[in-house]
Design a protein around this ligand. Structure first.
Ligand SMILES: [Zn+2]
Ligand SMILES: [Zn+2]
Length: 163
């Protein structure tokens, strides 16, 4: 979703405020292994500072994932601030180079979500996961399977003694 910048670029306004409701792309939702996403509320401003512009916005929304261990759905809320420096001149600095007098908020929001995505998504720190044998969710009770794990090194020793 684009924010038109011409009023700031031409100097007609020194600051432009904007508000958006943005739906994340299905491709992105699949890429990050989310089950579903809410709309994101975005509130921001673009300010002209000499030849450049500063874009800052806050975003708020939620994404639902499957727990890494037991696959129960986990809803994560995202509520953060983002800032980018916008310019029309090619630069080595960490700036966003624009080709038109508008800026697309979608890829910036995607970058921000990726930055704030936890490396592991669990329904709780104590999640016991699924039984590797029968697939039962062990948070809901134990199953009849034998869960005693034998260290593979000990297993090798055991075989030595048995032979
Ligand atoms: Zn879990
Ligand atoms: Zn089991």
């Amino acid at each position: 979703m684009n924010v038109a910048l011409s009023k700031v670029v031409t100097g007609l306004q020194s600051q432009l405020d904007f508000q958006l409701r943005l739906s994340l792309d299905d491709r992105f939702i699949r890429e990050i292994n989310a089950v579903e996403a809410s709309e994101f509320n975005i509130q921001g401003a673009v300010k002209k500072v000499e030849k450049r512009m500063i874009l800052s916005f806050s975003y708020e929304g939620s994404l639902t994932f499957a727990c890494d261990r037991c696959l129960t759905e986990v809803k994560l809320n995202f509520e953060h601030m983002a800032e980018r420096i916008l310019t029309f001149e090619i630069s080595d600095e960490d700036v966003l180079v624009l080709t038109k007098q508008e800026v697309d908020i979608c890829p910036i929001l995607e970058e921000e979500i990726l930055l704030n995505l936890p490396s592991q998504i669990l329904c709780g720190d104590e999640c016991k996961g699924l039984c590797p044998t029968c697939g039962k969710n062990l948070n809901k009770g134990i199953c009849g399977c034998d869960h005693e794990r034998i260290d593979p090194r000990l297993e090798a020793l055991k075989n030595v003694f048995n032979n």
